[in-house]
Design a protein around this ligand. Structure first.
Ligand code: XIL
Length: 363
């Protein structure tokens, strides 16, 4: 008897599952993440230059990703530890690796209060600070002109409380002017590069409102802003509506969105954990880990679907290749194993990756 189409597709599914179980780390044949979403947006990953020494990691990076971003090696404290003294070694290695392998590079981040070396703001004179900032932005953006297609010019400038601007050391020294200076200097150094304001928590309505307030303000002052980076450091119970709302708000004012630092933490720690290390959740173990991985797969798929449905989204980047490398193993709690990425510690593909590659897969 001929198999009905339904049976045939069931049989095909079984074969896929069998292949999945037997083939191990690269169970998808020629199916890649960047290929799957190529018509819609670029798919990228945060890396450290040293990773290119590891053949297994290199293979996965090249197979699945078309965009690289430096996890920390393009931040000011690495590139310019002292005024006028530049260390380009790691940043160059990442850009050269990308070029050699046909990948694009997102720059991250010219100004971030957490990676600003002390010399930038020393003395407190706004005119001096402005000159230092403009020199730094000019030198970095010029070096990678034509090789970095988008820069996070200012990272995390939006307030978490009263706002709209975040009360950080830059803001205290210059008010919001530091943002304008950085964007204008970047535009002058590379007129073709896309310039982004990057922030976390845009999936939350109140933070998004403050962000859009900053966007309005910058545009009224004629600041050359092209796009918004949504970090999307997500966790359990994240409503998809928050993702849609953030992307739609940015499209609504005619700007591009990039999802810049996607990961899905296993922990929904309360604010007290971030503020004073109290009430942090205990390490996830046993069956709870596999339950989480299924939930996580749904959320990854929802974010990629949201991006695919919206022409305003130009790139989606995950914040690290595999769970063993994630910053979330040490934040907000030190040495608490987390499981936020698409590959596990042994470089095995997790359900989340499969959910992105195979529409029929039910995690
Ligand atoms: C983190 C990196 O992952 C760490 O390796 C580094 O030590 C600190 O910064 N938001 C950002 C990123 O914009 O730059 C941060 O990356 C994670 C939060």
């Amino acid at each position: 008897m001929m198999a009905t189409p339904l049976l045939r597709s069931k049989a095909a599914k079984l074969l896929c599952v069998a292949a999945w179980l037997t083939l191990g780390p690269a169970p998808f044949g020629e199916t890649t993440l960047k290929g799957t979403y190529a018509d819609a947006f670029g798919v990228g990953v945060a890396v450290q230059a040293g990773q290119f020494e590891n053949a297994a990691e290199r293979e996965l990076i090249q197979r699945h990703f078309g965009v690289l971003v430096a996890e920390y090696q393009m931040k000011a404290d690495v590139i310019a530890p002292r005024e006028g003294v530049y260390d380009w070694s790691a940043a160059d290695a990442i850009v050269e690796y990308a070029q050699a392998n046909g990948m694009r590079v997102r720059g991250h981040a010219l100004v971030w209060h957490q990676s600003t070396p002390d010399w930038f703001l020393a003395g407190g004179d706004p005119a001096v600070i402005r000159a230092r900032l403009e020199t730094y932005v000019r030198d970095v953006v010029t070096r990678y002109r034509g090789r970095i297609f988008a820069w996070d010019v200012v990272n995390e400038a939006v307030s978490d409380g009263d706002g709209p601007y975040r009360d950080n050391a830059w803001f205290r020294a210059t008010g919001p002017d530091y943002i304008d200076w950085a964007f204008r200097a970047a535009r002058t150094a590379d007129p073709d590069c896309l310039l982004f304001l990057n922030d976390y928590g845009t999936e939350r309505e109140a933070k998004l409102g403050r962000l859009m307030g900053v966007v309005d303000d910058l545009r009224e002052r004629g600041v050359p802003l092209d796009g918004i980076g949504h970090q999307f450091h997500l966790g359990p119970n994240q409503a998809v509506e928050g993702i849609h709302r953030a992307l739609d708000a940015v499209a609504g004012v005619g700007l591009v969105s990039h999802v810049t630092e996607l990961d899905v933490s296993a922990y929904n720690d309360p604010g007290s954990c971030y503020a004073r290390d109290s009430g942090c959740l205990p390490e996830l173990a046993g069956d709870a880990v596999s339950g989480f991985r299924a939930e996580q797969a749904h959320l990854y798929r929802a974010v990629f679907d949201a991006a695919r449905d919206r022409p305003s989204v130009g790139a989606v980047l995950v914040w690290g290749l595999h769970d063993g490398r994630s910053w979330l193993n040490n934040f907000p709690v030190r040495r608490r194993p987390n499981h936020p990425l698409l590959f596990d510690r042994s470089l095995e593909a997790k359900p989340a990756l499969r959910a992105l590659l195979d529409r029929d897969y039910e995690p």
